[in-house]
Structures are given as structure tokens and as C-alpha cells.
Design a protein around this ligand. Structure first.
Ligand code: HEC
Ligand code: HEC
Length: 360
């Protein structure tokens, strides 16, 4: 692991007699201010208003605030978040990294009426959106929308948006100019590919286990009472649930992995990222709330097509589609294009059988 350390860190470790292996594992994904300088002003969190600073504390040191060792509990006395994640175990760099599930866009995206969520067939505003991630990604329970912790997290995200200098990246549509907005597929042609979980398992043992398997496979590295997981878990109790869109969706998780992992040594090919993402997502994890309800309710507001026919091909969970010829495995691991094509044909068939009433 010595190759990852700078000389000064090395000398420091020697002076303090910290084992080098332990130091290397405390790394985080950090923001790269120079690369964003033409549109974003990086600021020190210490210059933020107190409420936003509190929000950062919740998002960065989640285990000792909202998590297992935290002082904020649900009405049932249990932690808000069961897992040992910090929000920024996934929203890298505190949400200040394009492509690392950033937070800069959240203020404007969820403003006004909210942002359309196809899986739930409804608009969501920022607090509801945060709650769904809390429950599905961080394996937790809902936080009352008027809770002070919610105010603080929202204030932090608003403060991030204040750093955007390019006006074309602001507003109800401008946030789409932020690189990596929403969670993209690992490559434009990814749906034609598929993930080989067996090959992914080899990649995991070769390139990921040294950090993510430190407390046993899938457990990451977290000790009771620590402010945040030094390395977060990838599966098992407390890891992201099957309801975590963007994580339990193989071609999207592959995007995150390809961009940032193995930490400090990125360079997986699209196929390798898909394979290891496929492996991670075949490992055991909690169902999460309401996973079977996704895409069950309602119809597409524009066409009237039943919502279940709009379920993305790479959603292994969610409403069952009548006469679906595809297996759970194919929806999880691909190839996804044939599923897309079949659903497009089903939508066309439905529209032909249910013509829209003539306009008058
Ligand atoms: C050098 C240590 C290291 C290696 C090697 C490594 N990771 Fe990570 N990984 C981390 C750390 C640390 C984080 C959390 C980053 C942070 O807190 O800023 C992380 C976060 C993640 C996340 C998001 C959080 C979660 O738990 O779901 C995924 C997914 C992930 N890594 C997958 C992988 C995969 C796949 C590999 C191998 C191809 C890999 N990592 C290799 C250290 C590592
Ligand atoms: C295991 C990884 C993980 C953890 C932990 C996590 N998130 Fe997320 N979060 C995601 C993913 C993946 C998305 C979906 C991104 C997308 O589809 O655009 C997301 C989306 C969001 C969004 C909406 C972003 C947008 O642009 O629409 C918010 C807000 C959010 N999360 C807040 C939080 C907060 C607050 C926490 C901690 C309490 C948290 N998340 C913990 C993975 C995670």
C-alpha cells in the first residue's frame, strides 16, 4: 500500500507509529477544485452558515449522528440509519464531485412542485427525496420532514448550490448541465452488454477486497462509535438495499465504480465495471421498503400507458409486468436491450388497443 502514500504522510506515519495499512484505508474520495473552477467555487465548510455546517456533520459523520452510534433516534428509539454508511460514502466528497452522485443540483431540481419520480408515480420535493435515500440507500427509517436534522441537511445542500458560478447550470433545467446529473449508465451502449458475476467475483477479490473486505467479506471497515465508515460495506445487513436505485441497478452502479474505484487506482474497463457491479448485486442484502411497489401504481401522465411498462429494463425489483418473458437474473445482469425492446413493443401494443380520445 506504500505506493498510495505521499512522502509527508509516510514520515508522519513513522513519527506517530500508525500502521501504514491502517492509514491507507482511511482515504476518502476528495473533491478536485481545479477541475471545476470554471463553474464552481469551492469553499471551506467552516465559512458556511452554522445550520449548513450542521448539515455537513450529518452527511459526513452519519454513524455518530443519524446512524448506529448516533444521538438522533427514530420514534421507536432505534437509529435513523441502520447501516454504517455516511451519506458521503456514496455522495463522494460531501456531494461536491461531478459524477460522484453530487448534491449541487438538488436545490433547483426539487424546487417548486418537485421532480417527477417514475417509480413512485409522483413528484418529490427535497425532503421527501432525502428520506427515500435514507430508507433505501442508507438502509434506515423515515425522518420527520420538519425534523431539525432535515433542516440542516437541506441548508447544506442549498449552500452547495450557492457555489455554482455558471448561471446556465442553475434553475429548473440548468442543473442538467452538471456532469453526471442523475445517475448515468456506465456507457451509452451498456444496455446491449451484460454482467458476468463470476468474473466480477474474481475482480472483487483482486481489486476491492483489500479495503472493502477488511472486517470480513462485504463488511467494509467500521468500528463501533467511529464517526464514519473508513470503508463502507458493499453487501450484507446494513448495506444498501434492493430498493436503492442507482446502486442495485447494475449498469448504473458500474458508472460509479468505473469512475472512482478501486480508490486511488481507477482504470477498470466498462466490462470489468459491469462484472464487478453484477457480482456485488448478486450478494445478499436487505429488501428495503416498498421495493415491490415501484412502478406498480398509476399511468404515464403523457400517454396513459400503465406505469409498469415504463419500469427500466435494469430494475430487478419493482412491479411485475404481465407476461414478462424475462427472468429476475436477466433484469439484474442483462443483456438489457432485449427487455427495453420488448417493453417498447408492449407499450406500442397497449397504445394501439387503447387509442387516445379524439381532441375536440
Ligand atoms: C483503497 C481502498 C479501496 C479499494 C481498493 C476499493 N474501494 Fe471502494 N471505497 C473505498 C472507500 C474509502 C469508499 C468510501 C469513500 C469515501 O468515504 O469518501 C468506497 C466506496 C465504494 C462504493 C460506494 C459505497 C458503497 O459501499 O456502496 C462502492 C460501490 C465501491 N467503493 C466499490 C468498490 C469496488 C467494486 C472496488 C474494486 C473494483 C473498490 N470499491 C475498491 C475504498 C476502496
Ligand atoms: C449506498 C449509497 C448511498 C448512501 C449511503 C446515500 N445515498 Fe443518497 N443517493 C444514492 C444514489 C445511488 C442516488 C440516486 C442518484 C440518481 O439516481 O440520480 C441517491 C440520491 C440522493 C438524492 C437525490 C439526488 C438527485 O440529484 O436527485 C439525495 C438528496 C440523497 N441521495 C441524499 C442522501 C442523504 C442525505 C444520505 C444520508 C442520510 C444519502 N443520500 C445516503 C446513494 C446513496
Amino acid at each position: 500500500m506504500i505506493r498510495k502514500l505521499t512522502l509527508s504522510a509516510l514520515l508522519m506515519a513513522m513519527a506517530l507509529a500508525i500502521p501504514l495499512s491502517a492509514m491507507a484505508k482511511e482515504e476518502t474520495v476528495d473533491r478536485n477544485c481545479a477541475s471545476m473552477s470554471d463553474w464552481y467555487e469551492c469553499r471551506d465548510i467552516k465559512t458556511a452558515p452554522p445550520l449548513a455546517q450542521e448539515g455537513y456533520e450529518l452527511i459526513h459523520n452519519t454513524p455518530i449522528t443519524l446512524g448506529p452510534s448516533g444521538y438522533i433516534k427514530g420514534a421507536d428509539g432505534k437509529p435513523i440509519i441502520n447501516g454504517t454508511y455516511s451519506c458521503d460514502s456514496c455522495h463522494f466528497g460531501g456531494g461536491e464531485i461531478p459524477g460522484g452522485i453530487p448534491f449541487f443540483q438538488v436545490r433547483d431540481k426539487y424546487a417548486g412542485e418537485g421532480y417527477w419520480w417514475p417509480a413512485g408515480n409522483k413528484l418529490r420535493k427535497i425532503r421527501e427525496r432525502i428520506n427515500w435515500c435514507l430508507v433505501s440507500c442508507a438502509n434506515g427509517q423515515f425522518l420527520p420532514e420538519d425534523h431539525p436534522a432535515m433542516d440542516a441537511m437541506v441548508a447544506y445542500m442549498e449552500w452547495l448550490a450557492d457555489g455554482i458560478q455558471d448561471p446556465s447550470m442553475l434553475g429548473k433545467e440548468g442543473w442538467k448541465n452538471i456532469p453526471g446529473h442523475d445517475m448515468p449508465l456506465v456507457s451509452p451502449g451498456a444496455l446491449k452488454l451484460s454482467a458476468n458475476a463470476a468474473r466480477g467475483e474474481q475482480i472483487y477479490w483482486e481489486s476491492c477486497d483489500e479495503c472493502h473486505g477488511d472486517r470480513g467479506p462485504g463488511r467494509g471497515r467500521y468500528d463501533e462509535g467511529e464517526p464514519r465508515a473508513r470503508v463502507p460495506a458493499l453487501w450484507g445487513a446494513g448495506a444498501f438495499t434492493k430498493g436503492a436505485q442507482g446502486m442495485h441497478t447494475v449498469p448504473q452502479l458500474a458508472f460509479l465504480i468505473k469512475g472512482f474505484m478501486p480508490l486511488g487506482e481507477t482504470g477498470l474497463s466498462v466490462q470489468e465495471a459491469l462484472d464487478v457491479s453484477g457480482f456485488i448485486n448478486t450478494m445478499p442484502r436487505d429488501m428495503g421498503y416498498f421495493t415491490i411497489d415501484y412502478f406498480r401504481e398509476g399511468t404515464d401522465p403523457k400517454t396513459g400507458v400503465p406505469n409498469y411498462l415504463l419500469k427500466p429494463s435494469f430494475f430487478a425489483v419493482g412491479a411485475e409486468i404481465p407476461n414478462d418473458p424475462f427472468s429476475y437474473e436477466q433484469r439484474l445482469l442483462g443483456p438489457w436491450q432485449p427487455i427495453e425492446d420488448w417493453q417498447a413493443a408492449e407499450r406500442a401494443k397497449w397504445l394501439a388497443e387503447n387509442p387516445a380520445p379524439a381532441n375536440n
